[in-house]
Design a protein around this ligand. Structure first.
Ligand SMILES: *Cc1c(COP(=O)(O)O)cnc(C)c1O
Length: 392
C-alpha cells in the first residue's frame, strides 16, 4: 500500500486503462519499455513491416523519443527528425546512410573533431573525403569533384566560428546533385534555420544547448521524409545509437526553457565581448559578433541571435601565460562540452602538441570559453582577473 492524500491506493489491484488515459500531464510520459504489445496477429503483421510509423521495439521508435523528434522537426522547419543517443551518433549514422563506396565527401573549414576523424575512417570502406579551409564560400566549388556526394560543414565552424553562405552552397549543390549537411549545434535550433535556405539536412548535438543542463547526451538530424527515412533505415537501425526514452524526456525538458536560455546567451555574450574586444592582451576574438565585412553580413543573414561559445588568442608568445590564465579562473570551470548552466574554459595547447596545432592552423594561445547562465558581469570579471594575473 502507498499512501495518497485522500485514500490509500493499492498499487497491485489498481488498473489503469491505457486506452482512455484519464490524466493530462504538462511534462510528457517517459515510456520506458523495450517492446510494445499487440492486440492481434493482424495488428502485429501490419506494424512490424513498417517500424518507422509504428511502435514495435524501442530500438526503432518510442513515443517519448517521437515526441522529441516532432518538436525538433518543427523547430528546424523540416519534414522529419530522427533522434540519436549523441550528436556523433547522428553524424555517423547520416554519413553512413547516404554515402557508398566510390563517393566523395567534402568537409569545409573546422569540423567537430570526431566527425572529421569519422570521415577519415570511411576511407577504409572506399569513401573518399577532403577537408578544405576556405576564406569565402566561392572557393568551395573548385574543390568539388565528379563523385562528390555530400558537402558537410558547420556555420559558424568549430574553433574559429567562421560563417559560410548557406544559400550559395545549397543552390550550387542542388544544381550538381550533391546533398548538403550542416551541423548547426552552435546556434541551437532557435538561432538558425538552414532548411529555409535550401540545406538538405540539419544536425544538432542535443548534448549542448537543447539539453541545456549538462546531464543528457543526444543528437538529431532533420530534413525531408525521404532522407530521414533513409537514415532511419540504415544508420539508425544498423549502427544503432538509440536514445533512451529518459534522455529524450530530458531533452524535451531542456527545450521548455531553450528560448529563455538562448535569450540570455545572446545578451550575455555581447556584454562579455563588448568589454574584451579592445583589451590589448587579447590578439584576436573568434565569434560572429566580432566579425567584419562579408562575415558580418553572413551572420546577419543566417543567425537570429548569437550563441555564447567563443574563442580568443592571447596576445603573447609566452605559453606559460596560457597555463596561468586558465588556472586563475575562479567562476569559469575547466572542462569539455558546453551548453549547460556553467561557464567553461579550455586551452587548445596541452604542453606537447605544438605541431598538431600548427596543422590545425590554431595559435597555441587559443582559448575557448563558453559563457553560461551566470551573471555575465561575473564571467567578465573572472576573465579580466585571469588576464591581469597572466600578464602581471
Ligand atoms: C558536441 C558537438 C558534437 C558532438 O555531439 P555529442 O553529443 O557530444 O556526440 C558535434 N558537433 C558539434 C559542433 C558539437 O559541439
Amino acid at each position: 500500500m502507498i499512501f495518497g492524500r485522500k485514500k490509500d491506493i493499492d498499487i497491485c489491484t489498481q488498473t489503469i486503462n491505457s486506452d482512455t488515459k484519464n490524466y493530462c500531464p504538462f511534462s510528457p510520459d517517459i515510456v520506458m519499455t523495450t517492446s510494445f504489445k499487440f492486440d492481434s496477429y493482424e495488428d502485429f503483421c501490419k506494424a512490424s513491416v513498417d517500424e518507422k510509423n509504428h511502435y514495435v521495439y524501442t530500438r526503432g521508435s518510442n513515443p517519448t523519443t517521437v515526441k522529441l523528434e516532432n518538436i525538433l522537426a518543427q523547430l528546424d522547419h523540416g519534414e522529419k527528425c530522427k533522434v540519436f543517443a549523441s550528436g556523433m551518433g547522428a553524424i555517423s549514422a547520416t554519413l553512413f546512410s547516404l554515402l557508398k563506396q566510390g563517393d566523395h565527401l567534402l568537409m569545409i573549414n573546422t569540423i567537430y573533431g570526431e566527425a572529421a576523424s569519422f570521415a577519415q575512417y570511411l576511407h577504409n570502406f572506399g569513401i573518399e573525403s577532403d577537408r578544405i579551409d576556405v576564406a569565402n564560400t566561392d572557393e568551395i566549388f573548385q574543390h568539388v569533384k565528379e563523385n562528390t556526394k555530400i558537402i558537410y560543414f558547420e556555420s559558424p565552424s568549430s574553433e574559429k566560428f567562421e560563417m559560410l553562405d548557406l544559400q550559395k552552397i545549397a543552390n550550387f549543390a542542388k544544381k550538381h546533385n550533391i546533398l548538403t549537411v550542416i551541423d548547426a549545434t552552435w546556434a541551437s535550433p532557435l538561432f538558425t534555420k538552414p532548411i529555409d535556405f535550401g540545406i538538405d539536412l540539419v544536425i544538432h548535438s542535443l548534448s549542448k544547448y537543447v539539453g541545456g543542463h549538462s546531464d543528457v547526451l543526444g543528437g538529431s538530424v532533420v530534413g525531408s521524409n525521404k532522407l530521414v527515412n533513409q537514415i532511419f533505415e540504415y544508420g539508425h537501425q544498423f549502427l544503432d545509437s538509440t536514445n533512451s526514452p529518459f534522455n529524450s524526456w530530458l531533452a524535451i525538458r531542456g527545450l521548455r526553457t531553450l528560448p529563455l536560455r538562448m535569450q540570455h546567451a545572446n545578451q550575455a555574450i555581447k556584454v562579455v565581448l563588448d568589454a574584451l574586444k579592445d583589451d590589448d592582451r587579447i590578439k584576436r576574438i573568434y565569434h560572429p559578433y566580432c566579425s567584419e565585412n562579408e562575415q558580418k553580413e553572413l551572420a546577419q543573414k543566417y543567425l537570429k541571435g548569437y550563441g555564447s561559445l567563443f574563442a580568443f588568442d592571447l596576445n603573447t608568445d609566452d605559453l606559460e601565460k596560457v597555463k596561468i590564465f586558465i588556472n586563475s579562473l575562479k567562476t569559469i570551470s575547466i572542462g569539455v562540452s558546453w551548453g549547460g548552466y556553467e561557464s567553461l574554459a579550455l586551452a587548445v595547447y596541452k604542453g606537447n602538441n605544438l605541431s598538431a596545432l600548427k596543422k590545425r592552423k590554431l595559435e597555441p594561445t587559443h582559448i575557448r570559453i563558453f559563457v553560461g547562465l551566470e551573471d555575465p558581469n561575473v564571467i567578465l570579471d573572472d576573465i579580466k582577473h585571469a588576464l591581469d594575473t597572466a600578464f602581471k
